[in-house]
Design a protein around this ligand. Structure first.
Ligand SMILES: [Zn+2]
Ligand SMILES: [Zn+2]
Length: 214
């Protein structure tokens, strides 16, 4: 399996291309902005794009869905608890930030905790990790997690935005932290890391900082 990435848009969001080299199939995770660069990434891989998977539906993770789907009309997978963002709140947020907005036209196909999604011969398990957003998920393979805005290198996703739940975030981080220490984490923003490294150094996992303000 090969993971490619482009960092796109005003929020410097990471859009990942997962390529299963044995089958030549690919999946695009969180196409947030700059559709032409993402389409170029898919074309450069030489793989066939099968789907778009969303960790959650904040504006910086879904803004290029339309432009990508104009070339690759593939299904979009999203946990239904993030439909409020997908359908209207991300558009409102874009207006608030004064950013151009391309409202996704396609209805997403629902995913839920424990679902197994395939990218060619590669298998990813959906882990529902709410907190940063109610329908936030991580896509977990054997030694890889595409974790959106759950966990960052040295930090975690914000819990002060609309529909955030700091208590759920705490529970989600504990659950995510039970993945094998060697699991490579590909976050929605910033550099990749590992579960082991964050368990040792991330103040939100070592207990020195908490999502819940006490
Ligand atoms: Zn987010
Ligand atoms: Zn984000």
């Amino acid at each position: 399996m090969k993971i490619d990435v482009r960092t796109v848009g005003a929020f410097e969001e990471n859009c990942y291309l997962v390529v299963d080299e044995t089958s030549g199939r690919a999946v695009l995770v969180d196409p947030g902005d700059d559709g032409p660069r993402l389409i170029e990434m898919v074309q450069a891989s030489g793989a066939v794009l099968d789907a778009i998977w969303l960790t959650h539906a904040h504006l910086d993770h879904i803004g290029a869905i339309n432009s990508v789907r104009a070339v690759y009309p593939v299904p979009v997978r999203l946990h239904p608890l993030d439909l409020p963002f997908y359908e209207s709140m991300s558009a409102q947020a874009a207006r608030m930030y004064g950013l151009p907005w391309d409202q996704p036209a396609v209805a997403p196909v629902p995913i839920d905790d424990g679902d197994v999604l395939t990218c060619g011969s590669a298998r990813f398990t959906v882990m529902h990790v709410p907190g940063h957003a109610p329908g936030h998920v991580s896509f977990n393979a054997d030694d890889i997690a595409l974790s959106g805005d759950l966990l960052f290198t040295g930090s975690i996703g914000r819990t002060d935005l609309p529909l955030c739940d700091p208590y759920a975030m705490d529970t989600s981080l504990v659950r995510f932290g039970t993945l094998p220490a060697t699991t490579k984490v590909y976050p929605g923003h910033g550099a990749a890391t590992t579960i082991g490294r964050e368990l040792e150094t991330d103040p939100f996992l070592t207990g020195r900082a908490r999502a819940i303000k006490r």
